[in-house]
Design a protein around this ligand. Structure first.
Ligand SMILES: Cc1cc2nc3c(=O)[nH]c(=O)nc-3n(C[C@H](O)[C@H](O)[C@H](O)COP(=O)(O)OP(=O)(O)OC[C@H]3O[C@@H](n4cnc5c(N)ncnc54)[C@H](O)[C@@H]3O)c2cc1C
Length: 339
């Protein structure tokens, strides 16, 4: 088997892998990135299922907002399930990492001469920059930095196994498009293979986000944790794939099953209307089990399970009444006004 040697092997080519490659190269290491696709066109980071990416930076939208208030918002939303140490790392790094991306050429969206700053789900302050093009501009900026450093790329190549010795991961077995297996020996291996969306029939991720990293690590004895925290929400699947943005619920889109029958009301508890659940759902993506927004997602899934979906196991949705006069007359609640 052909043998390749490097100091740091990074598996993946999304935002996490690119940033890890820059950090490792800046420490003076020889770095090799191995990824299934090509950098800039693989993974969830550059996937065009969403027109923007939200990037939270405490203090950017309100002087009263601090790292502490950002931390408290996350911990409150997590209800004791978030790892405080990881939340702290996220909160402390948000501003410096965003400023670094800005320096490297990433610009947030601007409207009427001002940078748009959104108020995200479960946030007490507006702190969400929006980046047009989802993570594409971020990876493009990171790739430009990678090219200035000692980083080798093996694209269209898949890691199929890890090599572990005496409790340490010291390499991987990879296969390229030529079908040839190669062994990569490394001082350290960083798995940045993203999530596992492809385990679900319907998902909004690209084909290469298939849980490989979890599986590779688990096969070699790693303990996986928080596997139950998969983000699942409503999306469009035909004719285009996209997130169903929460603000759309404020216009009360028309939901019917594939037979053309309205169904939502059948699944709602007494006293809760279709408009009630849609307005609640406007406040966050995805639903929360803590409020009535859950009835909307449960109803959709139940109707699909009962055979109400079309040939793609999807439910049709119509926005025919979303004409400008209708939108102008809509009453958004306080949270939504901040968007
Ligand atoms: C529709 C949508 C909207 C989102 N909106 C936001 C948002 O607004 N804000 C936000 O912060 N996050 C958002 N996210 C989440 C965010 O995009 C991801 O959390 C993030 O991009 C993950 O980056 P990553 O580098 O870890 O993984 P990915 O970008 O998924 O990269 C994984 C990489 O690993 C490679 N790979 C996988 N398996 C192997 C293997 N066996 N061998 C070699 N290479 C392999 C893939 O080819 C790919 O290059 C959104 C996600 C989606 C799908």
């Amino acid at each position: 088997m052909e043998h390749i040697k490097t100091e740091i092997l990074i598996v993946g080519g999304g935002g996490a892998a690119c940033r890890a490659a820059i950090a490792a190269a800046d420490q003076g290491s020889k770095v090799l990135m191995v990824l299934k696709g090509t950098v800039g066109h693989s993974g969830a980071t550059t996937h065009e299922c969403c027109e923007i990416a939200g990037f939270n930076v405490p203090g950017c939208g309100d002087p009263c907002d601090t790292e502490e208030t950002y931390y408290q918002d996350i911990m409150a939303a997590a209800m004791g399930m978030a790892d405080p140490e990881l939340v702290e790392i996220l909160v402390r790094n948000a501003k410096p990492r965003f400023e670094e991306l800005r320096k490297w050429g990433v610009s947030p969206a601007v409207q009427d001469g001002r940078e748009i700053i959104m108020k995200g789900c479960y946030s007490n302050y507006r702190r969400g920059y929006t980046i047009p093009g989802h993570g594409g501009p971020i990876v493009a900026a990171l790739l430009a930095q990678i090219k200035q450093r000692d980083v080798a790329l093996m694209e269209h190549t898949m890691v199929v196994d890890l090599v572990c010795k005496e409790g340490r991961c010291c390499g991987a077995v990879v296969i390229g498009q030529d079908g040839v297996l190669r062994a990569v020996e490394a001082g350290a291996v960083i798995l940045a293979t993203g999530g596992a969306s492809q385990v679900f029939l319907q998902n909004l991720n690209p084909a290469d986000v298939s849980g490989d990293g979890y599986s590779l690590a688990y096969d070699h004895g790693a303990a996986l944790k928080n596997m139950e925290f998969m983000q699942a929400g409503i999306g469009f699947f035909h004719p285009v794939k996209s997130l169903f943005n929460t603000y759309l619920w404020a216009g009360f889109p028309e939901l019917k099953n594939a037979e053309g029958e309205p169904f939502l009301g059948r699944y709602l508890p007494q006293g809760i209307t279709e408009k009630d659940v849609m307005l609640e759902h406007c406040k966050h993506f995805p639903f929360s089990s803590r409020d009535i927004s859950r009835y909307l997602e449960i109803a959709l899934q139940k109707e699909i399970n009962a055979g109400g979906g079309d040939e793609h196991a999807c439910l049709p949705v119509r926005f025919g009444h979303f004409v400008p006069e209708y939108i102008a007359g809509l009453k958004f609640d306080a949270d939504l006004k901040d968007l």
